[in-house]
Design a protein around this ligand. Structure first.
Ligand SMILES: [Zn+2]
Ligand SMILES: [Zn+2]
Length: 346
């Protein structure tokens, strides 16, 4: 469900069958005859290339919108496009039903890292994650095994910026037997390189965390729809300004850490201002597998990053096991208490 030129390139030149991107070989592979083809890049496209952004001119890359058909989720509003044959009636993000919208616009994707692992490769990672959960119901693995996995390219920004930071804070010093609170302030500049920022409200921390763990900007390739063949993708809809706004809290955490380092003290009541300049960005796609499963009628997700397979998930707890754990902990505390008590006896 994409531009006709994109679709026709995905036809097998030998048998006219449907081709898909095959992660283990990193090639386009034909479903019918098995013919494989390396994906060639135009030498003029450099995936390391970033686009400057000026907050004074908020209309970012307006010319690059392209029309695509999108499958819109009726539950969460997420929109996914499919290149090639991988149509799905369910939303990759929430497993809700989707309806086809004939036209949508998007910002052009500049680069991506294609799926590095197959869906089958996620099975041991998911199993390891499930077996590592404490106080999980005994039949959790069975429920997860009945789940359905969606493969999705999710939209992210990489953002560079130079931050001129001014800060104020307080710290405590010992003066004899007294503790005195002192004020301090400072200025410094820090450069953030390739901060990874979700470019969709549907990218929850669960989806983001594995991706951030596995991401290496050196592995970016120029965008080519051939890498999407057989997979779903959420395209870029957020403006750069919206992406930076969505990233504000995460960036503040990073800046506060840098302020602590800069002051060489343990500061509290930190206030700061920052002046961002030299902002550069890329619109990229990164691959995730999202497994949807249900336990006792409630929906859960387990997300494996499609790069190196880092896996995080949501899970139910066993009330019985939680109760037994709490008993065991109290018993241990009691035993420890008795031991200390006994040691104190004359
Ligand atoms: Zn073929
Ligand atoms: Zn949805």
């Amino acid at each position: 469900m994409t531009a006709p030129s994109e679709q026709s390139n995905l036809q097998c030149p030998t048998c006219a069958g449907q081709r898909r991107f095959d992660p283990p070989t990193q090639r386009l592979s034909c479903d019918s005859c098995g013919n494989g083809e390396t994906i060639e890049h135009c030498a003029s496209i450099n995936p390391a290339q970033e686009t400057p952004y000026n907050p004074g001119q908020p209309s970012d890359d307006p010319q690059s919108t392209v029309a695509v058909a999108v499958h819109r989720c009726e539950t969460c509003g997420g929109g996914v496009t499919f290149v090639g044959a991988a149509l799905s009636e369910r939303c990759a993000y929430c497993n809700g039903p989707v309806v086809l919208e004939p036209q949508d616009t998007e910002f052009a994707t500049m680069a991506l890292i294609p799926f590095q692992i197959d869906q089958d490769d996620t099975v041991p990672n998911v199993a390891r994650w499930v077996s590592g959960r404490l106080a999980a119901p005994s039949d959790l693995a069975d429920a997860v095994a009945k789940g359905k996995t969606a493969a999705l390219y999710a939209p992210f920004f990489t953002l560079d910026s130079s931050e001129a930071i001014s800060y104020w804070g307080s710290y405590r010093v010992k003066r004899g037997k007294r503790t005195v609170v002192k004020q301090t302030s400072g200025n410094f500049t820090v450069f953030f390189d390739d901060l990874l920022v979700p470019a969709s409200p549907h990218i929850t921390p669960l989806i983001r965390d594995g991706v951030i763990h596995d991401f290496n900007p050196g592995n970016l390739k120029p965008y080519d729809p051939a890498y999407l063949a057989g997979f779903g993708a959420e395209r870029h809809h957020m403006t750069v300004a919206e992406g930076m706004e969505a990233n504000r809290d995460d960036k503040a955490v990073l800046i506060r850490n840098r302020i602590q380092q800069h002051s060489h003290r343990h500061l509290s009541n930190i206030r700061f201002t920052t002046d961002s300049s030299h902002i550069r960005y890329r619109r990229i796609l990164l691959p995730v597998y999202i497994l949807h499963y249900a336990y006792k009628g409630k929906a859960y997700k387990i997300v494996s990053c499609g790069l190196r397979g880092t896996t995080y998930g949501e899970r139910p707890f066993s009330r019985v096991k939680l109760f037994l754990y709490s008993l065991a902990i109290s018993a241990a505390a009691l035993a420890l208490g008795i031991a200390y008590g006994a040691a104190g006896l004359p």
